[in-house]
Design a protein around this ligand. Sequence first.
Ligand code: TMP
Length: 223
Amino acid sequence: MFEGLDGTGKSTQMRKLAAVLREAGHKVIETREPGGTVTGEKIRKVALDSGTSGLAPLAEMALMFASRAQHIAEMIEPGLAAGAIVLCDRFTDSTEAYQGSGRHLGSEAVRELHRVLCGDLQPDLTLLMDSNPRASVNRARRRNQRASKSSSRGHDENRFEQETRSFFGRVREGYLAIAKREPGRVVIVDARGTPGQTHQKIVEVVSSKFALVGPSKRMHHAR
Ligand code: TMP
């Protein structure tokens, strides 16, 4: 899983890692939350559109979990069962950081809902992209503003980017607390360098944890 504040380069890095894994012979699924399924993408529109005003924090958390439960049932579990590596842009750590910490709902509520609604499914590895919060959120803001100007359907993804600096400060603290609690699963990646440098670090982390060469290449070498 890829985690981190908005604008830390998660999507770019996920694409680059997927290319490396495919090249090594793995079957790879790239997906994201909220979203990843037709239903999840509808939920994403509601959750992220700045036109969704007055959404209660608990309702916001419920939307994130609704998208996730569908995503697990329709995409993640079948993908894993078919032997694919599933790379996902955000998962439950996002809910713990944004709703648990950012919206003050607390970690326990998030972890309890994860047990009930997600069967406590845990990623093998979570890459937490860490960067300067102000710079990365500004980057995400500019990107989403450009995207909403070019969208003809009147949707945008600006609702979270309108949050305050202290909100994003709490989100970052929430993420760092998860990394401290679960050092075996969560690896903090310094994302302040160039995309190429960050990619290199990610490949090192992934290859120290898993065999990079996948089944099809292994068969090829054995012949
Ligand atoms: P992104 O897909 O561009 O990263 O944006 C998703 C936004 O949704 C981002 O601001 C973080 C937020 N979010 C939550 O608040 N809670 C969650 O559980 C997830 C998955 C995302």
